[in-house]
Design a protein around this ligand. Sequence first.
Ligand code: HEM
Length: 436
Amino acid sequence: MTSTLPGPRGIGLARALRRFSRDRLGFQLWLRETYGDRVAARLGPIRFVFLYDPDDYEALYTGPGRLSKRHRVVRMHAEALGEGLLTGEGEHWKRHRRLVSPSFTPTAVQQYTAAFFAEAERGLAQAGSSAELHTLVLDIAMRIAVASLFGLDLGDRFAIVENALKTGQDHFVAYQTSPKALLPKWVPTAARRRYRGAIDDLDRVVYELIAERRARPGGDDLLARLLAVRDEDGQAFSDRDVRDEVITLFVAGHETSASTLAFVLASLAVRPDLQDRLYDELSGVPLTATALREAPLLKAVLEESLRMYGPAWMSGREPVEDLDLRGMHIPAGTQILLPLWAYHRDARRFDDPHTFRPERWMDGSLAGLHRYAFVPFGGGRRVCVGNHFAMLELAAVTAAFVRHARMEPMWDGAIRGQPHVTLRPAHPLPVRFVPR
Ligand code: HEM
């Protein structure tokens, strides 16, 4: 029973909440160190279970728990995302996943390699001799999302999309941490009006693009693919289905990649030795999708970055019916939380876990690592549908930066993350680009 598991109760719960609001990442480590690998807590009617044991992750992702819904924090995005892959459930989700997945196989995503390089090179050319890394890669990732989804330059509509996404995210973070979030949804606060306005702006642009493309079919971008998919019985996606997936792919895809890229590049900027070794690995070879995927040091740098600074710092599930997870009874509706930030920094599996050391992925020290001990893209049937797209994008943009110039940090060199919708850099990361 989850109620017999250790966890903060009474005055301990009040202290835990204070700790959580002060430092949400440190809280994840503290919870495990204080209570162990399975921790239960209760806030009013809502039960929580935090898991830290890879066998539990495997059982949740692949056992009966695989039928669970996403936890409620993700589902709060439903107003903006509709019933796209992130927030959809049941048969609706199954159908969407079946129709969207073929566009994200390792082979299908290769077609975007040229766009990944082109947008990175354009961003670097515009930046000149210095830039703040997070701002620069947010712009690059946004343009990559537009190019791969719509295959065109959005012109004036780019600023509308960019602004709507930013307003949406800011609202969401404010909402998570404000007491106003407890007000019923129909109470019209100023923040909610802004949020609704942002969703309406985004809808206008996306429905316009769908109508334009239906009038003039063609292209091999994601929008064209979403419009062309058919069920076994010949049924296509409705405009609403396409709108939900386009916005979901945008939201799920661009900020996650941008945050990760900022951490990858910052980690390289403070390690000139690594930059030189990567430069040697990546120069003088044609950078095809296969070459990018097989470059060992590049792969290790990306994996180490996802281990330490994975954008999904917390993940989770909500079982739709009572669940037996390796002998633990979890009632339906419990929020099963997977504190990925701390999970990937567990010294029992990753030696010296708070140190960025890509070599650990190459020197055999992780041989025998549990299959579910490293899950930056989640797992089971709801694993990130964009994972091959993301890994290729990260590899291509990182390669473009490394080949462009040597990066020198213009900050004190410390790298700290801040939990936002994704994990973001907590401070600016200015760098100087020194031509090789
Ligand atoms: C570094 C980049 C990324 C990371 C670390 C990441 C991570 C994740 C994680 C942890 C999940 C939840 C998995 C689970 O619940 O088990 C997820 C879901 C998802 N991701 Fe990603 N993601 C990234 C990039 C992308 C990109 C580029 C796209 C699309 C172009 C994308 C689209 C999605 C979608 C649609 C889902 C929901 C899948 C479903 O439930 O069927 N992600 N991602």
